[in-house]
Structure formats: C-alpha cells, structure tokens
Write a protein that binds this ligand. Structure first.
Ligand code: BTN
Length: 256
C-alpha cells in the first residue's frame, strides 16, 4: 500500500537532510499546508521535547518527523491525539521492528533493555492556528549504548529489534498512524468507541505504579496510577482513597 494515495491521509512527504526542528518548521508553514503534510529530517539541530526540553540525537540515528493534522472532531477531544500517536507508533513499529514497546503516560515510547524499561521515543503535539495540530515523533533507532544522549535512554537496536532499517520503520509508523487516526476520526474523536482508550491502557506501563504528580499552584500528590479516563488523563488514587485526574500538562514522576 503506497503511503501517499488518493483519498489517503498523507498528502505530501518531504524528506530533508537537516532542519532545526521538524515541529517548528511545520508550525511555521502550517497556514500554507493542508492536512496530512509530513516532514522527515535526517538530522535536527535544535529538536524540541515536551515541557521545554530539548531532543537530541545524532544524524541518521532515528526517526525524526512531524505531521500536520486538521481534525474535524470536537476540540475537547484533541487531547487524545498524542496518546493516539503513541498507540499508533507502538503498534506500527513493533510489527516492523520486531520489538516490544510500552507507553509511559502521556507521551513516551519505552523499550526493554536488559530487563529495564528505557525511553526510546517521544511525542510532541502543538496546536497551530484554530484548526490544526502538529505532531512530532522522535524515535531512537540505531543508537548504541555509547551514543545515547542520556544514559537512561534506549533505542530499538538496544532492545534487540530484528530490523533497524529506518525506511520501512517510517512507513510502518505512518501507515499505523493513518489507520488509528481514521478510526478515531470516524468515531468523532470518541476514545471509547474507537477502542483507543482501552488500547492505550493495555499498553501503558505507568498503570499500577506509584507516581508523584506536580500540579499547578505548587501542589503535588503521591498515589497509585490506576486508569486512563475518558479525556486521556491519568487517574491517580491517593492513600485516602480519592481519585485525582492528572492532565498531560502536569509533570508526573515515577516513584520506585
Ligand atoms: C519528548 O519526549 O519530550 C518529545 C520528543 C519529541 C521529539 C520529536 S523529533 C521530531 C519532532 N521535532 C521536534 O523538534 N521534536 C519532535
């Protein structure tokens, strides 16, 4: 199945050698581009992560791409898009790479390296204009232990993936994203009806763990992550038995 086909989601695919950040580039050009524009870079010189962090990776060591979506579903449901992208990336890449992924809520793709869960990828979604979202995906593919940007990072190669050929991985990821986005959009963004909520929860390794969440206004809470609610928030049960939904904008630390 060709990636760009009539009636398909992906309308253009641009592969560039080097860019500051694929997300910034697509955000800047969003007004002139339609839904389904894809930008892939071999290298990013100022890749960005969530919460104003940076995303660094050696040239050609992974997948660095952004896609522009203009979802015709109620804005209140757009919060599912980064989680949907996580599910799509995890399932698509698992098939193509022959490696298992877990989802660390909200936006991290985790692999197992020697029995330990490590971050091999991340997702950064940014609203643009009134009707668009740029979703950036970064995945470490070929990195060896001595090439990791931070020691606690992982890669497909370190997870003993059967294939670390970036081109087929990119195709598998985009196909899977097209499929999941299609199902979600057909359900008008309803995460339950599209089975996104249960699929995310089934792949989410944060559930069952004790976490500390930093909330606005210098508040924080410690409890067990028990569920993903209908809005994609992490539900944390504190020792007094109360449930607290934690949003993706809040910082969550895992507690050993
Ligand atoms: C995170 O883990 O905090 C999210 C990382 C997102 C990285 C990707 S790489 C392609 C796209 N362009 C960027 O500048 N960032 C995203």
């Amino acid at each position: 199945r060709a990636l760009i086909r009539p009636g398909g989601l992906w309308t253009s695919l641009d592969v560039v050698e080097r860019v500051g950040s694929t997300n910034s580039d697509l955000v800047d050009r969003a007004a002139e581009l339609g839904e389904g524009a894809v930008l892939v870079a071999e290298e990013q010189t100022s890749g960005r992560g969530r919460l104003d962090r940076s995303w660094t990776a050696p040239p050609r060591s992974g997948l660095f791409l952004s896609v522009l979506l203009k979802p015709c579903v109620p804005v209140a449901r757009w919060g599912w898009l980064p989680l949907l992208t996580g599910v799509a990336a995890a399932t698509g890449l698992a098939r193509a790479a022959g490696a298992d992924f877990a989802l660390k809520w909200p936006n991290d793709l985790m692999v197992k390296v020697g029995g330990e869960e490590r971050k091999a990828g991340g997702i950064l979604a940014e609203r643009v204009g009134g009707d668009g979202v740029v979703i950036g995906i970064g995945v470490n593919v070929t990195l060896r232990e001595d090439e990791l940007p931070v020691p606690q990072a992982g890669s497909l190669a370190l997870a003993n993936a059967v294939s670390t050929d970036r081109d087929p991985l990119l195709r598998a990821l985009l196909r899977s994203l097209e499929d999941w986005y299609g199902v979600w959009r057909a359900a008008n963004g309803d995460a339950r009806a599209s089975r996104l909520q249960e699929t995310y929860a089934a792949g989410c390794s944060t559930l069952g763990l004790t976490v500390r969440a930093e909330l606005p206004g210098d508040r924080s809470l410690i409890g067990e992550a028990v569920a993903i609610d209908g809005d994609g928030r992490l539900v944390v049960t504190t020792p007094d038995g109360r449930d607290h939904p934690v949003g993706a904008g809040d910082i969550v630390h895992l507690r050993p």
